[in-house]
Design a protein around this ligand. Structure first.
Ligand code: NAD
Length: 235
C-alpha cells in the first residue's frame, strides 16, 4: 500500500467540494473526486494532479459501488470520505411535492448512507475518517427548508449513529454544518431576504468562503483530530 493518503470527496466539481479536494492535494494527499456533473468535473480535474475523476451519482447504489472500486483500483486505499455532494431546493411545505422531497433526500441523506456503507471495508483497513456535510439549516428550522433542513438534520443524527458504531473499528465520523457560502447551490436559493437574515443571525455577519469550510473538513480528517468523533461543528 502506498504511503500517501487518499481522500474520496463527493460533489467535488465545484464549490466546497472542489476547495476541499484542493486542500487535501496541498497537504500531499491523493484525491478521488466524484461529481455527477461530468463536464464540470472534467473542467475542474484538468488543472489538478494527483487525482482521479469519478462521474458518478451518490444516490445510485451501483454507481456508489463503482466509485469505491475505481478509487481502490487507482489508489489502493481510502483514508477519508467527505460526503459533500448536496442539492438545495427551497419551497413552502404545500408546494414541496413528493418528487421534490425525494430529490433532496436521495442525494443529501441516501447518498451519505450509501457512500459511508460502501467505504467501510477500506476505512476499516486504514482506520480512517468520515466527514458528513450538513448545514446551518439542519441546526435550526427556518422557512422554505422543509426538505433541505430535514435532510441536513438527519445527516447530523446519521453522523452520531455512525460515530458510535464505527468507533470500534477506529473510524472517526464527524459533521460540518457550514453557514452560508456563495456557491452555485446557495446563490440559486438565497433571495436578498435570506442573505439579509443570515447577516443578522451570524456572529461574524458575513458569508464564509469555500476555503474556510475546507480547512475545517481537512482538520477533522487529519491526525490532529485523532480523538474527535461524533461531533457536529458549525463553520
Ligand atoms: P455546489 O452546488 O457548488 O456543489 C455541489 C456539487 O455536488 C455539484 O457540483 C453537484 O453537481 C454535486 N452533486 C449534487 N448531487 C450529486 C449527486 N447525487 N451525486 C454526485 N454529485 C452530486 O454546492 P456547495 O455549496 O459547494 O455545497 C456543498 C455541500 O455543502 C452541500 O452538501 C450543501 O448542502 C452544503 N452546504 C452549502 C452551503 C452554502 O451556503 N453553499 C451551506 C450549508 C451547507
Amino acid at each position: 500500500m502506498s504511503e500517501r493518503k487518499v481522500a474520496l470527496v463527493t460533489g467535488a466539481a465545484r464549490g466546497i467540494g472542489l476547495a476541499t479536494a484542493r486542500r487535501f492535494l496541498e497537504q500531499g494527499w491523493r484525491v478521488a473526486m466524484d461529481d455527477r456533473d461530468a463536464p464540470e468535473l472534467e473542467r475542474a480535474a484538468e488543472a489538478l494532479e494527483g487525482i482521479i475523476a469519478l462521474p458518478y451519482d451518490v444516490s445510485v447504489p451501483d454507481q456508489v459501488e463503482r466509485m469505491v472500486a475505481d478509487t481502490l483500483g487507482a489508489f489502493g486505499r481510502i483514508d477519508a470520505l467527505v460526503n459533500n455532494a448536496g442539492v438545495a431546493d427551497f419551497g413552502p411545505i404545500e408546494e414541496t411535492d413528493f418528487a421534490r422531497w425525494r430529490t433532496v433526500m436521495e442525494t443529501n441523506l441516501d447518498g451519505v448512507f450509501l457512500m459511508s456503507q460502501a467505504c467501510l471495508p477500506p476505512l476499516k483497513e486504514s482506520r480512517g475518517a468520515i466527514v458528513n456535510i450538513a448545514s446551518i439549516s439542519g441546526l435550526r428550522a427556518s422557512t422554505l427548508r422543509v426538505a433541505y433542513g430535514t435532510s441536513k438534520a438527519a445527516v447530523m443524527h446519521l453522523t452520531r449513529q455512525q460515530a458510535v458504531e464505527l468507533a470500534e473499528h477506529g473510524i472517526r465520523v464527524n459533521c460540518v454544518c457550514p453557514g452560508p457560502v456563495r456557491t452555485k447551490l446557495a446563490m440559486a436559493v438565497h433571495s436578498q431576504a435570506i442573505i439579509d437574515a443570515y447577516h443578522d443571525a451570524i456572529p461574524l455577519a458575513r458569508y464564509g468562503s469555500e476555503d474556510e469550510i475546507a480547512a475545517v473538513i481537512a482538520f477533522l480528517c487529519s491526525p490532529d483530530a485523532s480523538y474527535v468523533t461524533g461531533q457536529i461543528l458549525s463553520a
